[in-house]
Design a binder for this molecule. Structure first.
Ligand code: UDP
Length: 298
C-alpha cells in the first residue's frame, strides 16, 4: 500500500520521504521512484526515533498479514506502540498532520454487523492476534491522547482487508494466497469451512481514501472506516479466483486459525459523508488486475 501511496503523492508534486525497514516491504516496489527528484528513501525502523522536517505523516508501519505479524509478535506490538509514539513525537515537534493506518481488527470478531466506527469491538487481549489488534488499538489511544493533550492534528483510518498488485507472493493473506495457488495449479487453502466473510478493497480505492482523509477539514479526526462494503465468503472468493484464472486447482480445507473473525464488513457512511469517498473498483475488477500482476511476476 505504501508504494502506491508514494506513487500518488510523488505524481501530485509532493516531496516524499519513504521510510521502510523492509521487514515485509520490497524495495522493487519503489525502485521506479528512486529517479524522481521529489522522492527519497530511508531505511529506518519506526520503533526508533526519527528526526525530519515534514508537514504530513502517513504512519503505515506494521506487518499486516497474520503470518508475518505473528512471526515476531513482540516486535509487532513495538512497531504499533513505539512506532506511534515516535511518529506522534515527530508530528508534535514539526506541527505535521499525522494519519494512522489503523485496522478493522480493532473490531476483533465483531458481534455488530456491518461495523460502524462507534462499535468498540470484541477483541481477545491474550490471543495470537492480540499483538496486532491490541497494538493497533493502543496506537489509536495514543493518537487521541496526543490530540487531546498536545493538540496534534490527527487522522485515524480503519482499513479493511486491502489487496492489489505489489503484494508479496508469500504475503500469506487470502487474496494473494488464492491467486498464487491458482496460477501454480496448487490447491487453494481454505481455512475452516470457508463460510467466514471479508470485504476486500482494491488498493487504488484505499489510497484515494487515505489522501482524502489527510486533506479533510482540520477538526475531522476519524476514526473512519475505509473499505469496500462488498462482502464475500472465502469459498466465494476461491470460486471467483479459480474462474478468473481458469485454473484446474481444487480447494483444500485447513484448520481455522485461532480467533479468526467470522464476519467483517465496513459501514462506510462516515467516509461517504465526510470525505465524499466510496470504493469504485468491485472485487471482480480488482482481482483481474491483481491476477495480471501475479502472472507477470511469477
Ligand atoms: N484464509 C484462507 N486461506 C488462506 C489464507 C487465509 O482461507 O490461505 C482465510 C482466513 O482464515 C481468514 C480470511 O481468509 O478467515 C482472511 O484472512 P487474511 O489472512 O487475508 O486476513 P485477516 O482478515 O484474517 O487479517
Amino acid at each position: 500500500m505504501g508504494s502506491h501511496l508514494c506513487d500518488r503523492l510523488v505524481s501530485a508534486g509532493n516531496d516524499v520521504v519513504c521510510v521502510d525497514n523492509f521487514y515485509t516491504g520490497d524495495k522493487r516496489n519503489i525502485t521506479h521512484l528512486l529517479t524522481e527528484s521529489n522522492f527519497e528513501l530511508i531505511r529506518h525502523d519506526v520503533t526508533f526515533p526519527l528526526y525530519l522536517e515534514v508537514d504530513q505523516i502517513y504512519n503505515l508501519a506494521c506487518p499486516a498479514s497474520p503470518v508475518h505479524y505473528q512471526y515476531d509478535p513482540v516486535q509487532t506490538t513495538k512497531t504499533s506502540v513505539h512506532g506511534a509514539i515516535n511518529m506522534l513525537g515527530l508530528a508534535k515537534r514539526t506541527g505535521a498532520t499525522i494519519l494512522q493506518a489503523s485496522t478493522s481488527e480493532v473490531y476483533g470478531d465483531p458481534e455488530v454487523h456491518p461495523q460502524p466506527e462507534h462499535y468498540w469491538g470484541k477483541v481477545n487481549p491474550v490471543g495470537v492476534r492480540s499483538c496486532y489488534d491490541e497494538g493497533k488499538r493502543c496506537a489509536e489511544t495514543l493518537f487521541f491522547d496526543y490530540w487531546r493533550q498536545h493538540r496534534v492534528e490527527i487522522k485515524v483510518a480503519r482499513i479493511f482487508n486491502t489487496y492489489g498488485p505489489r503484494m508479496h507472493p508469500d504475503d500469506g493473506r487470502v487474496v494473494s494466497n488464492f491467486i498464487v495457488q491458482a496460477l501454480q495449479a496448487e490447491p487453494l487453502t481454505v481455512f475452516g469451512d470457508g463460510s467466514q466473510t471479508r470485504s476486500f478493497c482494491y488498493v487504488d480505492d484505499l489510497v484515494e481514501g487515505l489522501i482524502r482523509l489527510m486533506g479533510s477539514r482540520t477538526d475531522f479526526t476519524g476514526p473512519v472506516n475505509l473499505g469496500n462494503p462488498g462482502e464475500f465468503s472465502m469459498l466465494e472468493l476461491a470460486t471467483e479466483v479459480i474462474e478468473q484464472t481458469g485454473s484446474r486447482s481444487a480447494t483444500e480445507f485447513k484448520p481455522l486459525p485461532q480467533d479468526d473473525p467470522q464476519q467483517r464488513r465496513p459501514d462506510i457512511d462516515l467516509a461517504k459523508n465526510e470525505l465524499g469517498w466510496e470504493p469504485a473498483i468491485p472485487l471482480t475488477d480488482g482481482l483481474t488486475r491483481t491476477i495480471d500482476y501475479f502472472r507477470r511476476i511469477l
